[in-house]
Ligand binder design. Sequence first.
Ligand SMILES: Nc1nc2c(c(=O)[nH]1)N[C@@H](CN(C=O)c1ccc(C(=O)N[C@@H](CCC(=O)O)C(=O)O)cc1)CN2
Length: 292
Amino acid sequence: MEGVQEYMSAIINGQEIGQEIRNEVAKRVAHLKERGLTPGLAVVLVGDNQASATYVRNKQKSCEAIGMFSELVKLPEATTQEELLTQIQNLNEREDIHGILVQLPLPKHIDEDTVIATIAVEKDVDGFSPVSVGKMMLGQETFLPCTPFGVMKLLEYSGIDIAGKHAVIVGRSHIVGKPMGQLLLQKDATVTYTHSKTPDLPYFTKQADILIAAVGRANFITKEHVKEGAVVIDVGINRDEHNKLCGDVDFAQVDGIASHITPVPGGVGPMTITMLLFNTVQAAENTFAQTN
Ligand SMILES: Nc1nc2c(c(=O)[nH]1)N[C@@H](CN(C=O)c1ccc(C(=O)N[C@@H](CCC(=O)O)C(=O)O)cc1)CN2
């Protein structure tokens, strides 16, 4: 059709890129172990959320696969906030634990902000604590939140230039949308934040060279939202009306319009755990450097 350029969208494969990075992390683990230090991750799971239990199991398996030590602290739904804080304080003191993560969401009677702020900043491998977030905002060295960090790696490994590009973020969560914009800004993108209540969303998203969908709604981003040749990164993990896993982007509609696109599953998801391993080995290396 005249005036319409058709793209073969390149599929960004998070499994493959994640594996490449995990292989590098595994070498760093082996190097530390030869020197007598085994990187250790503590994963705290409170309650019976099935999806959380699956993610936690995958995190533990991934640790084992590269030779890291991992410990699961599994607590019942009725755990009080005080009990949880005590558990975290104990983990903060442990020399064999270099990274701590508390799986989110927590049961409603527990205040997530208070819990996250209790994790020692040098063990905050999720990068969620106020100090880690503040350092990230200032461009200082810190642990970056795993999902946005993983997206940055996907862009880098796919050879996508960021400087000078217009990145539009759809979503404003503390763990994805907000930090995502900051990381892109630090690489000289021009960043626009939008969200589910932005009027005339396509007006903004159609301007995106890099479109990040992190709104948490199944198939929310359709062909009306996407400029031809845009890079489309789907951070969503949803279930559609048939209970099938899907992202925030209607893949079938956007495939062929975008220059690059991430699938769900197999795009951003595997990178979240990869960057958790990356941060944990970094935490262990920091400990090693301080004690040797
Ligand atoms: N403390 C944290 N809690 C949560 C985080 C987090 O980064 N830290 N993120 C999410 C859940 N999450 C990790 O915890 C996570 C979600 C999805 C995947 C993933 O690999 N998804 C696969 C599909 C998996 C499936 O089949 O269900 C994919 O997209 O390919 C990894 C990690 C909320 N909580």
